[in-house]
Write a protein that binds this ligand. Structure first.
Ligand SMILES: NC(=O)c1ccc[n+]([C@@H]2O[C@H](COP(=O)([O-])OP(=O)(O)OC[C@H]3O[C@@H](n4cnc5c(N)ncnc54)[C@H](OP(=O)(O)O)[C@@H]3O)[C@@H](O)[C@H]2O)c1
Length: 250
């Protein structure tokens, strides 16, 4: 599980552990938060280890997968969740932010898939779930053009990996979350500004609320399950029915 120290990744790690999975809690910077996630899982009687690795760096990903194989002996599921968002449009975005988003959001998915696929191929079994974004599907999410492009690449990669790996019994799917209550959504602005933003986003969903990490976690759980064995190359939108995206036309 990449990026499992906080937000959607943390919720997904906890849900997977509850269902009996031994979980690698990957993080980049938040060592203490990752340790807390591992503690929570272990207290519930399940297995977990925290592994620091910047998914943008191939060598670190390779080392993470080696450690995982040493500790757990196999990898059934890869959830490519780690991601970053630098707000900006085509006129305002700085090149460093663009490079960083491409490195984490796109290269990170490729590095992890490349490192994990040989182990899955050997067992003729595997589930890969990539966390893309609603931003990739339309234009209603303002000021996220370069981020949206990286997430569109994740959807494209999902279909390509499904095509390349399906013959080995590996399913590859993506989730496109709408607005989910995490640091990514809540870290900019004062608490009052955040509340106003959340209220306005909630009104745009048919279900009248923003999402929680667990909303994405359970979708990932389904896509990683054997019950979804005939589902591959798909992008599942989980957004509470955003009215401005229902037509996907923005
Ligand atoms: N929240 C939303 O509304 C929303 C909507 C659509 C899509 N998404 C996508 O969902 C995924 C999770 O987002 P979130 O909202 O949960 O974000 P978040 O709360 O900001 O958490 C991001 C997680 O990714 C990790 N991470 C960041 N860069 C990394 C790197 N280079 N290597 C390894 N781990 C890294 C972070 O680790 P550290 O704690 O160590 O930094 C953290 O665990 C992202 O791919 C995001 O684009 C989110």
């Amino acid at each position: 599980m990449t990026g499992a120290s906080r937000g959607i990744g943390k919720a997904t790690a906890l849900v997977f552990a509850r269902e009996g999975a031994a979980v690698v809690v990957n993080y980049s910077k938040s060592r203490e938060l990752a340790r807390q996630v591992v503690d929570e899982i272990r207290k519930a009687g399940r297995q977990a280890i925290a592994i620091q690795a910047d998914v943008a760096r191939k060598a670190e990903v390779v080392a993470m997968v080696e450690t995982t194989m040493r500790e757990f002996g196999k990898i059934d599921v890869l959830v490519n969740n780690a991601g970053i968002l630098s707000p900006g449009n085509i006129l305002t975005l700085r090149e460093e932010s663009l490079d960083e988003m491409i490195a984490v959001n796109v290269k990170g998915v490729i590095h992890c898939a490349q490192a994990v696929a040989p182990h899955m191929i050997e067992r003729r079994y595997g589930k890969i779930v990539n966390v893309a974004s609603l931003a990739a599907l339309g234009t209603a999410m303002a000021d996220t053009t370069p981020y949206a492009a990286t997430k569109a690449a994740v959807i494209s990669l999902t279909k390509r990996l499904a095509l390349e790996l399906g013959v080995y019994g590996i399913n590859v799917n993506a989730i496109c979350p709408g607005f989910i209550r995490t640091d990514m959504l809540m870290s900019s602005g004062t608490p009052e500004e955040v509340e106003v933003r959340l209220a306005s986003l909630a009104k745009k969903a048919v279900l009248g609320r923003v999402g929680e990490g667990e909303d994405i976690a359970y979708s990932a759980l389904f896509l990683a399950s054997d019950e979804a064995g005939f589902v591959t190359a798909q992008a599942l939108t989980v957004d509470g029915g955003r009215m401005d995206f229902l037509s996907h036309s923005g």
